[in-house]
Design a protein around this ligand. Structure first.
Ligand SMILES: [Zn+2]
Length: 83
């Protein structure tokens, strides 16, 4: 099923879910949403991306959202004093 992203039409009339956009899986035959299922305010379909759901950007976005971080390994070098 394709994944769709909807965003609030009016940021002033939105909930935290639709203010930044939310993803929803819909069948091709399903009608477009015109209201946020959470707050019932008007939304529009921001991205229609079937086939792009496995992109690197999407994976990165998912990882970030799931709380994964890229950690930089900092190694402390130990040095011997040579005379
Ligand atoms: Zn909402």
């Amino acid at each position: 099923m394709p994944l769709y992203v909807y965003e609030a039409k009016d940021a002033a009339k939105s909930c935290p879910k639709c203010r930044d956009g939310f993803e929803i899986m819909q069948r091709l035959a399903d009608p477009k949403l015109d209201r946020c299922p959470y707050c019932r305010n008007p939304v529009f379909r921001a991205i229609q991306a079937p086939g792009l759901t496995h992109s690197k950007t999407d994976l990165h976005y998912r990882a970030k959202r799931a709380g994964f971080h890229t950690l930089k390994k900092v190694q402390k070098g130990e040095y011997e004093k040579l005379y």
